[in-house]
Every structure is written in structure tokens, then in C-alpha cells.
Design a protein around this ligand. Structure first.
Ligand code: PLP
Length: 376
């Protein structure tokens, strides 16, 4: 059996929606499908002010522009993160201050954040690993106390909730990814979620090249022009049409992923209880969207052996992220603090195949091969 790590989701309706774009002749951005995606994100996911972007990375860059991040500012980010979670801010000249993960979970350890805040701190990035929520209550309280902004890197977490609020809809700003490795996608794509009402109007200007076209279209001004900084952040209608086909099916997609996730968990619980590896831990009262199923081995060597053993059986499993404080770009800039939990997840976390087209039979085969490895 050959089982890839990921097969990008295909619903089957995407073609039809993209054909409508061909017929209409409206290929560039901000057309009817962009509008329909915004409406779904508002109505089904309860995001108040979503704007589609070309990626989660560009949504994070929009956030950095919107918050006026500049040289001299500091931004607190978990080290166990995606490159662009940090690069969106580093590229604006900010000093990145890396925080460690929780002991039992890759998410940022909220108890460490306050000790990293200085008068120069402008923002905290909360990354919801595997679509499982950070402790947003604590993070928002710290942000309020120190008057800094919170950006949720919710690239992985569409469909998850935290205290009945949609993940990505809690911080001042949120970002989601529609990359083809995510639960729903359009190849490359994303969205920024503007939750802080004071940022809404300006966000639409920065999104739209720094022009007041939105005000022009809604008749508020008689002509539009260059009014602020900004860039071209929006995707074409072709991408939006593809995404629309997927967003309409988000609930069913998440449901099936949860089935697969739970079967992994149940199938591997016994091995884990015998101490062979750790399974994902969930904080009380939180849910997730089954973006990723992972386990944490006892050592880096064992992880490599497991990946090789699965590979020899046709199963592709992968690890990530490299702790950013140890990356070649950043290691000289890091202040020397040991981030032991981030290092542990960097060295020992391995992700198993989890995608909509994975059958329960294939999944059983994967579970069997993991068992064989540990009972060898
Ligand atoms: C996938 C991912 C990103 C980047 O998303 P793109 O849409 O590819 O830019 C950022 N952060 C996290 C946590 C991710 O998983």
C-alpha cells in the first residue's frame, strides 16, 4: 500500500464554480466569488470582518502593516512555529522574541509571555497548533494589561472554537490559510480576520493597495485614490471560486477528519499508555478541527527510525517545525534562552497521514505498522 502524507482536498464542485468565472469574464479579484467566500466566513464561521488574501503569510504581513510594526518594535512569537509566522514581522524590522511551548503541547506557554514583555513590545502571535486553541483568555488579558495587540496565526484552525468563539476571531487580528495542505484550500490562499472594530476600515484600505476603492464602490466618496500604505493582498476570482466549493463543505470535511483523528487516537492509546510515545493533549473545554494527527516519540533517533520504518511500508509521515530560534537565519540573533519544549517538539513530533481521501482501511494499516514498529 502506498499512502502519501497528504492528498489535497477535492470536493468535485470546484470545476463548476470556476467555469462560472470563465463565463463571466471577471477573473481578477473582488468579484462575486470573493464576496460569497466572505459571506460564508461571516455566516457559517462567525468571523465579523474577513478579507481573502493570497496566503496566510500575506494575511500576517497585512497584520504587520496594519499594526505599523517597524524597526525597534518587539513581537513575541512561539519558537515552534512556521517560518512566516515570524518572517511577516521580522521583514518589517521587528525584533522577534521567541517564547517556549507548553510542556505538553506545542502551543505557546502563556505563563511565559508576561516575562517577555518590554515597553517596546507591540504584539503577541498566538499560533493554534493542529487547530487546538492556545489559552486565549490568559493571552488576551495579558495583552489588555500591557496594551499590546494579539494576532492569531490560525493557519491550521478553521472550524475550531474556543469558549464557543471561532478560532481566529478572538485576537485583534487573525489569519487563516487555504494552502493545499490545510483542511480546505484553493491551492494557495488565506484570509485576514479583523476582529478589532477600530482596525476594520483601515484594513480594507491596506488590503486594497492603500486606496479607498471600497469607500468609492459603496458611494461614500466620488473618486478614489492613494490614501495610505498597502499592497495587493487579494486572490483572483478563480481561486475564490475554487475555495467557495470547498468552504460550503467545511462541516462535513471536518466531521470526517474527526472520525479519522479519533480512530488514530483510539488505535494508539494502548501503546501510548505503555509509555512508547505521547499522544496529543487537549486542554479542558477546548475542541479542535483534526487538522493534524501527531505523536511525540521519546527521542529524535527513535522518530527517525519510525519514519523510516513507515516509509519502508509505503507510508509517508513527516516532522516539522524546526524551532525558529535555532534556525540558521535567527540563531545568532536569539538571546540565548533555552526553549526546551520547543526543542522537544522539533526533535520528536511526527505527523501521520490525515486527509479526506484516506480510507479507514488505509488508516488501520498505518496504525498496524506503528504498532509493529513499537512491538518489534
Ligand atoms: C500553513 C501555515 C502558514 C502559512 O500558510 P500559507 O497560506 O502557506 O502562507 C502559517 N502558519 C502556520 C502555523 C501554518 O501551518
Amino acid at each position: 500500500m502506498i499512502i502519501p502524507f497528504n492528498k489535497p482536498l477535492v470536493i468535485g464542485t470546484e470545476n463548476g464554480f470556476m467555469a462560472q468565472v470563465l463565463e463571466s469574464g471577471h477573473f481578477s479579484a473582488k468579484g462575486p466569488f470573493t464576496e460569497r467566500c466572505h459571506q460564508i466566513l461571516q455566516a457559517n464561521l462567525e468571523y465579523k470582518h474577513p478579507l481573502l488574501t493570497t496566503s496566510c503569510t500575506s494575511a500576517l504581513e497585512l497584520a504587520a502593516l496594519l499594526l505599523g510594526i517597524q524597526p525597534g518594535d518587539e513581537v513575541i512569537i512561539p519558537s515552534y512555529a512556521f517560518v512566516t509566522s515570524a518572517n511577516a514581522f521580522a521583514s518589517k524590522g521587528a525584533k522577534i522574541v521567541f517564547a517556549d511551548s507548553q510542556k505538553d503541547h506545542p502551543n505557546i506557554d502563556e505563563e511565559l509571555i508576561e516575562g517577555l514583555i518590554t515597553p517596546k513590545t507591540k504584539a503577541i502571535v498566538a499560533l493554534h497548533y493542529a487547530g487546538a486553541p492556545c489559552n486565549m483568555k490568559a493571552i488576551m488579558a495579558i495583552a489588555k494589561k500591557h496594551d499590546v495587540k494579539v494576532i492569531e496565526d490560525n493557519a491550521q484552525g478553521i472550524g475550531s472554537t474556543y469558549q464557543s468563539k471561532p478560532l481566529g476571531g478572538i485576537g485583534h487580528l487573525g489569519a487563516i490559510s487555504f494552502h493545499d495542505t490545510k483542511n480546505v484550500h484553493c491551492g494557495e490562499g488565506g484570509a485576514i480576520l479583523v476582529n478589532d472594530e477600530t482596525l476594520v476600515e483601515r484594513a480594507s484600505v491596506v488590503w486594497d493597495m492603500g486606496t479607498n476603492k471600497a469607500a468609492f464602490r459603496s458611494g461614500k466618496v466620488s473618486s478614489y485614490g492613494w490614501v495610505d500604505i498597502g499592497s495587493s493582498f487579494y486572490p483572483s476570482e478563480l481561486n475564490a471560486a475554487f475555495l467557495y466549493g470547498q468552504l460550503t463543505q467545511l462541516e462535513a470535511v471536518t466531521e470526517y477528519r474527526m472520525v479519522l483523528w479519533k480512530q488514530y487516537y483510539d488505535g494508539l492509546a494502548e501503546l501510548s499508555s505503555h509509555g512508547h510515545f505521547d499522544l496529543p493533549q487537549l486542554a479542558d473545554g477546548t475542541s479542535h478541527n483534526a487538522h493534524t494527527f501527531y505523536l511525540i516519540t521519546k527521542s529524535e533517533v527513535e522518530r527517525q527510525e519510525l519514519i523510516m520504518a513507515l516509509s519502508s511500508k509505503g507510508i509517508s509521515s513527516v516532522f516539522h517545525f524546526q524551532s525558529l530560534h535555532k534556525s540558521s537565519y535567527f540563531k545568532e540573533k536569539h538571546d540565548g534562552r533555552e526553549l526546551i519544549n520547543a526543542n522537544k517538539f522539533s526533535n520528536c513530533l511526527v505527523r501521520l497521514p490525515l486527509y479526506h481521501a484516506l480510507t479507514t482501511k488505509e488508516q488501520q494499516y498505518i496504525v498496524d505498522q506503528v504498532r509493529n514498529f513499537f512491538y518489534k
